[in-house]
Write a protein that binds this ligand. Structure first.
Ligand SMILES: [Zn+2]
Ligand SMILES: [Zn+2]
Length: 95
């Protein structure tokens, strides 16, 4: 799956405490060890706002990325096993 990292949203936190916790809470993965970008083994993760590269919709998702990929612009290929979690608080933790 291709995602776009365009750093478009300020990093204000949600009710989960931080966006990585938000991803864990709503992805139903108990924990994550590595960055979700293919062939990346970095462990310094943060929950980052991204969009689907092939979607015409302006929807925001959270995905765990390392400090390198967090700041890299453009499209990233991620491992399909990991779910994108909606960044829309009204549909998740602040429902
Ligand atoms: Zn949350
Ligand atoms: Zn990475």
């Amino acid at each position: 799956m291709l995602i776009k990292n365009i750093n478009g949203i300020s990093n204000s936190n949600c009710a989960c405490g931080n966006w990585l916790k938000h991803w864990e809470n709503f992805s139903h993965y108990q924990s994550i060890s590595f960055c979700v970008v293919k062939n990346c083994c970095n462990r310094d993760l943060d929950g980052v706002h991204v969009q689907k590269a092939d979607s015409p919709l302006d929807e925001w998702y959270i995905i765990p990325l390392c400090s390198v990929h967090k700041t890299s612009k453009g499209e990233l290929e991620i491992t399909d096993a990991y779910k994108l979690v909606s960044a829309n608080k009204k549909e998740t933790c602040e429902k």
